[in-house]
Design a protein around this ligand. Structure first.
Ligand SMILES: [Zn+2]
Ligand SMILES: [Zn+2]
Length: 415
């Protein structure tokens, strides 16, 4: 969309720049595309203009009087009423530092002057229409399973892209799905700051990493998060699968600035995103994540065994209670659904739950939506659909309004 429908309510844009000529030119371009425009040439009055005009988007220069653009951006993000205002930086400041700093302070997009009217309109629309979302790039557990029987839900192993803004990139796990995600990020262009959160280093969750092109590109920044494993550091865990006996090139070939950050159970802010962690019931150290986007949150819980309670038990175990508490009222629960109840009977202790126990957990946590994930390699599309049917029947029987479906490769979920 580059022009607004004349019948719709006009979207409002505030232009903040002390160069009157520039304001005039931007105003002309945007008004002819159907936007309602107000200009502000004094940054000292910008907050007042925002309060009165209530724009959908602000386009601002960094090089302003007092306060400068950085200070103003900080004021907007800290304000009670306008913290979610979309902001495009359009500036003469062309150092990489300015771009990075702008995104750190919460800009939605960054461009250098001059910008053509076509580029401006394209990016205004893209920024205004942008909605935080996640995308499934790999939904399979254990082993990739391509073929005609897995077309609907996909054959790549665990990988989810989380985009809370155009520049804020979180990736959950580096299964084979991460290869295509890497190609997409390369196509987007620009230098990338990527945060990769690993649940654990079983092959299906890391063996796409050596094929993730952005890690080899100088100028990119890749931070890898996960748990250490006893004496083995997170860096050693990741480097291990790229030692020469397993792979032709080593981690030393990563051209991007790479950082390794070890996590335990707790609450962290990663690129200003609130991330909570919880150890799961799976061989080795496995982290589950709960990620917040404003008031909403989703949880990524794989791989996680949920043993049925012993016959004489009177309620959930202490461990289960802790997990229920961690997931309480979550908007979306993405959870390992490897086994049917029947399959679980011969796979006790393998680190994955029977479907009934997963449903009990989701119900106890009062999740609003459940996505079945980490599909067993032997499960065909039809088998997975049967598991969804089984789940919906159980939820209906319990009188629950929880939505339930199976995660499919390529699917987007908007927050
Ligand atoms: Zn797995
Ligand atoms: Zn595993």
């Amino acid at each position: 969309m580059t022009e607004q429908d004349s019948n719709s309510v006009k979207k409002k844009i505030l232009l903040i720049d002390d160069d009157e000529e520039n304001l005039k030119s931007l105003q002309g371009t945007l008004e002819s595309a159907g936007f309602e425009i107000k200009t502000c040439s004094s940054s000292a009055r910008a907050m007042e203009y925002i309060g009165d005009f209530k724009p959908d988007l602000a386009i601002m220069e960094l090089l302003l009087g007092e306060p400068d653009g950085y200070t103003l951006l900080r004021q907007i993000r800290k304000s009670k009423d306008y913290s979610s205002l979309k902001v495009i930086i359009l500036t003469v400041k062309s150092f990489e530092f300015d771009r990075v700093r702008s995104f750190e302070l919460g800009a939605d997009a960054f461009f250098n002057k001059p910008i053509s009217p076509e580029e401006l309109l394209k990016n205004v629309s893209r920024t205004m229409d942008y909605r935080p979302h996640l995308t499934f790039w790999g939904t399979r557990g254990s082993l990739p399973s391509p073929g005609s029987e897995t077309i609907k839900y996909g054959g790549n192993t665990s990988c989810i892209e989380v985009r809370l803004s155009q520049e804020k990139i979180l990736i959950l796990d580096a299964g084979t799905g991460i290869r295509k995600l890497g190609l997409k990020l390369m196509q987007e262009g620009g230098k990338k700051k990527i945060n990769l959160l690993l649940t654990h280093p079983h092959w299906d969750h890391i063996f796409g990493l050596p094929f993730f092109v952005p890690t080899y590109i100088p100028g990119n920044e890749v931070s890898i998060y996960g748990a250490r494993h006893g004496d083995i550091s997170l860096r050693e865990v990741v480097a291990g699968q790229m030692e020469s006996i397993y792979f032709p090139i080593t981690i030393k070939e990563f051209g991007a600035r790479s950082y390794f950050q070890e996590l335990s159970e707790g609450e962290y802010f990663i690129d200003d995103v609130k991330v909570q962690t919880h150890f799961l019931n799976h061989p080795g150290q496995t982290l589950g994540y709960r990620i917040w986007c404003g008031e909403k949150s989703f949880a990524y819980i794989t791989d996680n065994e949920l043993p049925p309670p012993p016959p004489d038990s009177t309620g959930p175990s202490h461990k289960r209670k802790k997990l229920i508490n961690f997931l309480k009222d979550v908007d979306l629960l993405i959870h390992d659904s490897s086994y049917t109840d029947q399959e679980y009977k011969t796979r006790v202790g393998w680190g994955h739950p029977p479907l009934s126990e997963l449903l009990s957990l989701a119900l106890a946590a009062n999740a609003k939506e459940l996505k079945l994930f980490h599909h067993e390699p032997d499960h065909t599309d039809q088998d997975i659909e049967k598991m969804v049917e089984f789940s919906l029947e159980r939820l209906k029987k319990e009188g629950s309004s929880m939505k339930c479906s199976a995660a499919a490769e390529g699917e987007h979920i908007f927050f």
